[in-house]
Design a binder for this molecule. Sequence first.
Ligand SMILES: N[C@@H](CCC[C@H](N)C(=O)O)C(=O)O
Length: 308
Amino acid sequence: MSTYRPAAQSSPIPFLKGHGTENDFVIIPDPDNALTLSASAVAELCDRRAGIGGDGLLRVVRSAAHPEARSMADRAEWFMDYRNSDGSVAEMCGNGVRVFARYLRRAGLVQAGDLAVATRGGVKKMHIAKDAGTGGDATGPGAITAHMGRALLTEDDVTVAVGDRGWPARNVNMGNPHAVAFVDDLAHAGNLFTAPPVSPASVYPDGVNVEFVVDRGPRHVAMRVHERGSGETRSCGTGACAVAVAAARRDGLDPAVTGEPVTYTVDVPGGRLVITERPDGEIEMTGPAVIVAEGVLDAEWAQRLDTL
Ligand SMILES: N[C@@H](CCC[C@H](N)C(=O)O)C(=O)O
């Protein structure tokens, strides 16, 4: 059984709540890596009725204090320990890393401008455009840019299904796995209460995030997403990057070939993200990141997490 915190500790456990394009997160500052969060404890914290509520959880740990991040400590002081709302671990979270950076700045742990964050998907360079506001707009003064690395696209013959409809999908890896399906109408994705079947399952042995995409105009698309480990969410940053790259290739655009960056606007139910792919393959994502609340866990409730 995992222990939520060392029994000897009785100090209050702080938390914050934040979102990026309404992809929302419980944030737990734990600089010294003192807390061990079992999957069940994470799920309880992310529960919208029994807990604080969120699509995922961001634990803020000093890289040097975490075995999975120690090797990155010379390049990034802080490690984003990301979990999905069911408690599962994911390699990367694009909206989460912007909210993580917002938290670091708000807590006075970093300056505005350039910074780097360690993640399971490697070190991500970030830029906080201006040290003001909470960045409600995709490209407004408070928006944050994350360098998301390169997309890996394969030619796998993937199909996404909803009911008796099926679509071919593009397999795109952004550190985490995505299946991107272009559809005529986002309503065709249905209620997304359950994960849409993706076949062959062997392409995604660790599960997959599924994006449904429609065109809105030149280099402008809109998407819905069913996230691995979280269900349908209002946004997915890595998903928006996967969608932008899949849309560019479908449209015959490849910055590596033309030498020109390509930018797509990606509308999500919770807002808008702007994605640029550079000739070297690096993908930049810009969007809002907002902290909405902070507090401490009720001591008795937090103790209960010990038993999960
Ligand atoms: N919402 C995130 C992605 C979170 C991880 C994903 N559910 C997975 O399991 O890969 C984002 O903004 O990228």
